[in-house]
Design a protein around this ligand. Structure first.
Ligand SMILES: [Fe+2]
Length: 502
């Protein structure tokens, strides 16, 4: 039975699972860690922005803001002039306008500049690099009153944002989520301001906080976390590899041992020094191997003894034949030599060859029934010939009560059958004749021809081979003859080397 040698490696599988698991854990932890840090940062920045907006809102006087609102057009004109290229101190520039200011414009300008300074200070102190704006609500939307951003025009109208609507409606600070524009990533906070004696807030302060810098820091932290995780992953993978390598090595040894047992090789010892389940399994396997090997050794010994007993029984029977006819003993051994040559050439399995050997020793056992006088006669009557022919059936009868000889019965009973059906005792034809009997038939006939018998002189080996070749397909199985003829040049030497040819 062939073992499957190519298979998936348990080492690769375990390492794959470990590495994938660690990678996924790292990725998931990294992702949630980043999201957590980001949410915390956003929340912190939103709180900070709302705190600034609410603090500034507390400093702003509603009446002052109302005054600025009411003079927004005049302030707008003068601010544009103040931002003109020839810059002089803003207040002087604004008051040097040709048009006479209204009664409230001058105080409004003072208020405007006072709050512009306040917002600039707040921006400086809080380290916010983005604009702080104050709007007032009117029918069109939000009108810009004050801004630390010079590019923004006071009096400009902007749309309400959901956060500003909420802040004005709830009279409480609000923050936006993070958002992006072409200048970067932002978070905005809004705090309501009540103007004059109004019941509800009508102005709002906006603090826009540019947070790119914080996000950059967060990304750097994330990169550090990922690097640490990957380094940890590499260390854990290296440790995991060592462990899996050891485990897979032990399993491979067990697999090799199981393969040896499957291939009936019980002589390879397995040694796994381990205190875990694998070590225990290896010990059990080793005990199992030794137990099987001992049982097999016992069985082999028993089989050898049994075979020896069988052989001794067979030899005893051949001895009995020899007592009757000394020629027969050597004849049996020569037939066995020729038959085994044929069997090996035809690549018969070992057990068939063994059966054939014993069959050769016993094929003439039935001659024990033949009268002594017949062996010595040169001319036999028809009755005597018939009696002689009975030796095949008589042989089968002799072994009838001996179970281990039953496998040789076919050889004993049918070794005189001919391939064309003209043989005896049953006149079987072709492949109906048992195969081993067909082999013995060739070997037996060849030896009978090449040795002297009282009733028939011998012929030369060359002549005997020619007769066998000629009778291929009639008396003999052609395939058996073909195998036999492969040794035609060595048969005589074999016979002379081992036997005294009469
Ligand atoms: Fe014979």
């Amino acid at each position: 039975m062939k073992r499957i040698l190519k298979r998936r490696s348990i080492k690769i599988e375990i390492l794959g699972i470990v590495f994938l698991s660690l990678f996924l854990i790292t990725a998931i932890l990294g992702y949630f860690s980043f999201q957590f840090s980001k949410n915390r940062l956003v929340s912190m920045l939103a709180d900070k922005s709302m705190a600034i907006a609410a603090t500034v809102a507390d400093f702003v006087n509603g009446d002052d803001l109302l005054m600025i609102k009411n003079n927004i057009e005049g302030l707008k004109e003068r601010r544009q002039a103040a931002l003109a290229p020839a810059v002089s101190p803003a207040y002087e520039k604004m008051t040097e306008m040709q048009n006479a200011p209204s009664e409230t414009l001058i105080p409004a300008m003072k208020m405007y500049l006072k709050y512009m300074n306040l917002l600039s200070e707040v921006k400086k102190v809080t380290n916010i690099e983005s604009p702080i704006n104050i709007y007032t609500k009117d029918r069109k939307g939000l009108v810009l009153l004050l801004s630390t951003e010079k590019a923004l025009s006071i009096g400009a109208v902007y749309q309400m944002r959901p956060e500003t609507e909420r802040a004005l409606r709830d009279n409480a600070p609000q923050a936006s989520g993070i958002y992006k524009d072409k200048d970067g990533v932002w978070i905005s906070a809004f705090a309501p301001i009540t103007l004059g004696l109004a019941q509800a807030p009508e102005a709002i302060i906006e603090v826009d906080n540019k947070i790119d810098l914080y996000f950059g820091m967060l990304r750097k932290e994330l990169a550090t976390i990922i690097f640490i995780c990957l380094a940890g992953l590499a260390v854990i993978s290296a440790i995991g590899y060592q462990f899996v390598d050891k485990l897979a090595g032990a399993i491979k040894k067990l697999d090799v041992m199981a393969g040896n047992i499957e291939m009936e090789n019980y002589n390879v010892k397995i040694e796994i020094k381990s205190g875990d389940e694998i070590g225990h399994l290896a010990e059990t396997f080793e005990k199992l191997r030794l137990s099987i090997r001992n049982k097999i050794d016992e069985l082999r010994l028993s089989l050898v003894q049994e075979k020896k007993a069988h052989l001794e029984s067979i030899i005893a029977l051949t001895n009995a034949i020899e007592v009757r006819d000394p020629y027969t003993r050597q004849h049996l051994y020569r037939v066995e030599r020729y038959a085994i040559l044929i069997a090996k050439t035809m690549k018969l399995p070992r057990n068939q060859i063994e059966l054939l050997r014993y069959g050769c020793y016993l094929h003439d056992i039935g001659k024990l029934y033949v009268d002594d006088s017949i062996f010595k006669k040169s001319n036999l009557s028809e009755i005597e010939i018939d009696t002689f022919k009975q030796h095949a059936q008589n042989g089968a009868k002799i072994i009838e009560g001996i179970p281990f000889l039953q496998k040789m019965k076919d050889v004993i009973l049918y070794h005189q059958e001919k391939y064309d059906g003209t043989g005896y005792p049953e006149g079987l034809k072709g492949n109906a004749i048992p195969f081993l009997a067909r082999i013995v038939c060739v070997a037996d006939s060849f030896d009978a021809m090449t040795t002297d018998r009282p009733y028939k002189p011998k012929v030369s080996f060359k002549e005997a081979i020619a007769i066998i070749e000629k009778a291929s397909g009639t008396q003999f199985d052609p395939e058996v003859v073909k195998a036999f003829l492969k040794h035609k040049n060595t048969l005589e030497n074999i016979a002379k080397k081992h036997f005294k040819i009469t």
